[in-house]
Write a new protein. Structure first.
Length: 330
């Protein structure tokens, strides 16, 4: 997105597309809920720092080179008239702020939803996306960082990778020496999504077809379910992604003078975090925590936006989390 917006000079076009798409989604909500647009008073948006800047028309070019800092990641407020949206002129839109470079309001409201700033014990919140955003801490202090996890968890950069859609291998089990894949939509397999890749590697580790260092026992690829296979390069991409996340968590804990065994709760957020197997994530070394401590928290960004929309008086708690969160540049 940064490259397309800055190098290809497409940011204004991208901004228009995002704003138009959001307005269309709002109109669809009116239709499905049988309400009228004049009833709308307030809109809350959360998102990563890049999407924040594109939507708000803030130049994203500085985020593409060291020190990768946005010009602004602060609260931005608009009227519907400023956005060109055909709504009541009194409608106010708020794009909530983030922290530091790639720490957006999407993960920040997630920490708010999970009450990290009110916990006596250390908690970890992980958003398993391309940037691999991580927050670690408790009521005393919270640290946040983004890691260059890459797109492997989202199925991109994988030879037969795809998003979690019809035809994607989404889960893989090893049972009695056999591999049992599950395809979304019970259709003919077209590729493998992130959760399926993590499962497949975990299963083949259990069966001994993949060594502890990630090398295949034989050959350069393994057929999961014809015609979908995973290659040695796919394993390397996953190793880079999981290594970035695991190392990021460890470094943040070290900054807090703590260790993984001291963590009370681990929350996995985002679409991918909702589908990944706890066992598989532990098996491949992504999350070095007991399964009982890991919670798939769902779409905490959406839950946080909803909380901000309907509990305006509690927004002070959100800004309290933001003020006590320090960004660590990894």
């Amino acid at each position: 997105r940064i490259d397309t917006a800055s190098r290809l000079k497409k940011q204004e076009e991208m901004q228009q597309l995002i704003r138009a798409q959001l307005f269309e989604m709002i109109m669809n909500l009116f239709q499905s809920s049988q309400t009228v647009k004049n009833d709308l008073k307030r809109v809350i948006i959360v998102g990563n720092a890049v999407m924040h800047n594109i939507f708000c028309g803030i130049d994203v070019a500085p985020m593409g080179f060291h020190p990768f800092e946005p010009i602004s990641n602060n609260l931005e407020i608009y009227s519907s008239e400023e956005l060109g949206w055909d709504l009541n002129k009194d409608v106010v839109l708020e794009f909530l702020p983030g922290v530091g470079s790639f720490i957006g309001s999407d993960i920040l409201v997630g920490a708010w939803v999970e009450n990290m700033s009110e916990s006596d014990e250390i908690c970890v919140l992980v958003d398993l996306g391309t940037n691999g955003e991580i927050m670690v801490g408790n009521r005393d202090k919270i640290l946040a960082a983004s890691t260059a996890a890459g797109p492997a968890f989202e199925g991109a950069g994988i030879s037969m990778g795809m998003r979690a859609a019809t035809g994607a291998i989404s889960t893989v089990l090893a049972k009695n020496g056999e591999i049992i894949p599950k395809v979304l939509g019970s259709e003919k397999p077209r590729g493998i999504c992130g959760s399926g890749l993590v499962d497949a590697v975990s299963a083949y580790l259990d069966m001994g077809s993949i060594k502890a260092d990630g090398r295949f026992l034989d050959g350069e690829s393994i057929m999961v379910l014809d015609p979908v296979e995973i290659t040695q390069k796919d394993i390397r991409e996953l190793q880079l992604a999981k290594g970035a996340i695991a190392t990021g968590i460890r470094l943040l804990l070290q900054e807090l003078n703590s260790k993984e065994e001291n963590v009370a709760e681990v929350y996995l957020s985002g679409a991918f975090g909702n589908y990944i197997s706890k066992r598989s994530s532990r098996r491949i070394g992504l999350l070095n925590f007991p399964q009982k401590k890991i919670t798939t928290a769902g779409n905490t960004a959406l839950l946080g936006a909803k909380k901000a929309l309907f509990n305006e008086e509690e927004l002070n708690n959100f800004y309290n989390i933001r003020s006590k969160t320090d960004h660590l540049d990894l």
